[in-house]
Design a protein around this ligand. Structure first.
Ligand code: KG4
Ligand code: ZN
Length: 340
């Protein structure tokens, strides 16, 4: 291959997925994710178990990413890793590994903000996917975050709204727990929502000023509603599960779309990109598409494998930083609460 090719290895270990990816000039050559099944039996991520599993997975996952990309370690130009935000024990595994590997290979290290990764995943070179023009609005919806970000350039981002308590993914997962669904419950609620009646049960939307969100009250409303109905009919959940899921999904999507409408009015920006695990949701994808006709939006929805946590999104941020020679310091540290 010509020397024009820039190979970046991305490493992601912020939560419960150990992931590695190789990209060449912004195009993905491999994207390996080892999801940790261990958390399912606990109904949520157990930080201590997550860091142990990262420790076990990281070498095989990186090895697989290199071999699937059909390159050798020595072909790499730089290594990008998730510095934060996330669970400290999990972040330390990826950070230490990336530092040692870059040091061993004598190549630059690139520190990446996980949330910027979810947004800049839209700049991965991918056939059939268009990139948003600056400025655009990014709504990042995941298990840990719910934010609306004004993106003026790759590294010129401003959070203009965010959740003041739970993230939208938590609203899905905690509602799922109440219903006795497995963890994470988002995909299952999404699947069942398509089979149910979204207007079967009216859940009220929380009232939060401006562009901020709140989901903790929603989860409590679901809990009280279910407790009330189960008292009347012990089989309520099993008999009406699809309708309950449809109503939950309908309400959550309504909350997200209302805030996007306000954000577009306030900023005058109508290009909207979504990212994060919940952007895999079929309801939000459909609602955005409808917004194109209804509100004149242009929307950007990532390929499914770049929605939930992955290392290709870390590698693309690394590549953009590499082009700007914005390398990490040798003493860079993981940061659990890293801000955009
Ligand atoms: O981005 P992500 O993989 O990890 C974090 O950074 O949090 O997001 C995980 C979240 C979980 O809450 C999961 O339930 C949710 O994304 N999720 C979904 C769907 N697929 C994943 N939520 C709703 N519908 C889906 N199809
Ligand atoms: Zn994430």
């Amino acid at each position: 291959m010509s020397s024009q090719n820039i190979f970046i290895l991305g490493i992601e270990s912020s939560c419960d997925d150990t992931a590695a990816s190789v990209i060449c000039n912004g195009r993905v050559l491999s994207n390996v994710v080892a999801s940790q099944k261990i958390h399912e039996e606990f109904g949520g991520v157990v930080p201590e178990l997550a860091s142990r599993a990262h420790q076990q997975n990281i070498v095989p996952v990186v090895d697989q990413a290199l071999s699937q990309a059909n390159i050798k370690k020595s072909d790499l130009n730089a290594i990008a890793f998730t510095r934060g935000p996330g669970l400290m024990g999990s972040l330390l595994v990826g950070t230490s590994f990336a530092k040692s590997m870059a040091f061993g290979l004598n190549i630059p290290l690139l520190d990446v903000n996980h949330m910027q990764g979810h947004i800049l995943a839209h700049f991965i070179e991918e056939d059939g996917f268009k990139k948003p023009p600056f400025p655009f609005l990014a709504m990042t919806i995941s298990g840990g975050h719910t934010q609306i970000v004004k993106v003026s350039h790759y590294f010129d981002m401003e959070v203009i709204g965010e959740s003041i308590d739970d993230a939208v993914g938590e609203a899905y997962d905690k509602s799922g727990k109440i219903l006795g669904l497995g963890y994470p419950a988002g995909p299952e609620i999404d699947r069942r929502a398509k089979l149910g009646d979204p207007k079967a049960f009216p859940f009220t939307k929380p009232k939060v000023a401006g562009l901020n969100f709140s989901f903790s009250g929603f989860k409590t409303a679901v809990l009280y509603f279910i407790q009330r109905e189960v008292k009347k009919n012990p089989n309520f959940i099993t008999e009406r599960l699809n309708d309950i899921c449809a109503a939950i999904q309908y309400t959550i999507i309504g909350i997200l779309i209302d805030k996007l409408k306000l954000a577009t009015t306030q900023t005058g920006i109508t290009h909207i990109a979504i990212g994060g695990g919940v952007s895999a949701n079929s309801g939000i994808r459909e609602a955005l598409k409808n917004g194109e006709q209804k509100f004149g939006w242009t929307t950007y929805v990532p390929k499914i494998e770049y929605t939930t946590d992955n290392a290709a999104m870390i590698a693309i941020v690394g590549y953009l930083k590499y082009l700007e020679k914005d390398f990490a310091e040798d003493n860079v540290m993981a940061s659990a609460r890293l801000k955009i």
